[in-house]
Design a protein around this ligand. Sequence first.
Ligand code: SF4
Length: 258
Amino acid sequence: MTTPLIFNIQKFSVHDGPGIRTTIFFKGCPIRCAWCHNPESQSFQNEVILTKDGQQEIVGRTYSIEELVREIEKDTIFYEQSGGGVTLSGGEVMSQNMDYLETLVKTLKNRGISVVIDTCGVAPFKHYQRLMPYVDLFLYDLKFIHSALHTKYTGTSNRLVLENLKKLSDAGAAIDLRLIMLNSLNSDEHSVQKTIEWLRENMIHLASIHLLPYHEFGRDKYPRLHRETPQLFASPSHDRLVEIRQQFNCYCPTFINE
Ligand code: SF4
């Protein structure tokens, strides 16, 4: 079994699902979002990053399942008190070694730890089917409803993203839909209406919707990885975000704010 690389274990996370969570960031992603805040998450290989004070640091290391579960269990008391647990994020979790992932989520479930998966939707559906019985919630990204824009800004069409979202919903998975908000790219009236129409036509059942306004965090990491700094995007205004929220509210009344 190829053991996946992990590049960060974030304790006391409160933005990656319910309650207090430990978020595990797996290294390797099949797509390339032009705004990615974690460029060190994209390659499936180890790489060197310069720290802010100019030291070389290796990004990515392996953990045996026992070692990782031990680390996660250190905060069990906080999960119990807050309704939290563990969130598997990335990079893209669903593109990792699925034997490893299935054993990990089964083990966590058997120990009574809630599992949330954060995914961009670009993975074979059979991977989702394998993990679904042990996953309490999917944080599911939909970046663009227009396929051409999805291709332009992530390098991949949204066909699989939409197909997997429909299949997960039909299979009864709990889904928190996460929409990155980029001014004048996916937050205009037409894009929002088209997204709502698509959700309606496909009868997508959502536990909640999460608007994620664009921010500039992580741009400083690109030169430290010897990569070109990406273009700047902008978030829609506060007023526009309120309008978008109202528009989605009639489809799914449960909103989570960042
Ligand atoms: S899906 Fe996430 S990790 Fe992958 S490139 Fe996009 S923002 Fe980065």
